[in-house]
Design a protein around this ligand. Sequence first.
Ligand code: SAM
Length: 217
Amino acid sequence: MTTAKLEQIYLDTKYLSIKYDSYFPVYEDLLAKYVGKNITLVEVGIFNGGSLFMWREFLGPEARIIGIDLNPSAKMWEEHGFEIYIGDQADEEFWNKFFKNVGSIDVLIDDGGHTNLQQIATVHCAIEHIRDGGLLIVEDVHTSYFREFGNPWSRSFVNFASRIVDGVNSRAFALKTARERYAKRVYRVSFFESIVALHINASLCKKSVPISNKGIS
Ligand SMILES: C[S@@+](CC[C@H](N)C(=O)[O-])C[C@H]1O[C@@H](n2cnc3c(N)ncnc32)[C@H](O)[C@@H]1O
């Protein structure tokens, strides 16, 4: 799949979606392995529905596409074959009920309200429910630098994501640190312009141990 392909799918989508042009190569990089697969992708933030159609066209008919929005009128997209849940991404109770219904998922894309609280709560509540090999992608993280979002701040989403990197490095044998919550599931953190991706793989999140091949020294 080429960069032009996803962007072309986006441009050809009938319903409105607002993205940045820098996002298409990022999504192709991150999501290529799911194309044609029977996976579950959840997007927070439906707006005019365009991105739900874009993901379906890109991933293929086997993909289960679920949308979440605060706005109850988003339910209209159910008649196009999408599963729609109405709720607040900053509400832990909403997420508990959501995952009880939906089960484990492969990919979550957060394109909702973009505040620190909403982005952090979404990671915190969803991370346990993403399968190994899955992704938790947060869009528009440039809001971590917006004054109107209360930033820059030590508790911005980007600073939160940087602390997850500290957690990943806490797995190093040379550091006698306890593994924190996210470091048990986040194998890798990718920072792109305006996008942070957490690569979930609990089976690879072991404390490292030194090994030797016992070769000639
Ligand atoms: C940027 S738009 C989504 C755009 C869409 N993904 C697209 O590509 O066209 C943001 C959406 O997030 C929803 N939203 C805002 N705050 C939310 C919250 N706390 N929980 C869930 N959805 C929220 C808004 O109603 C709006 O539809």
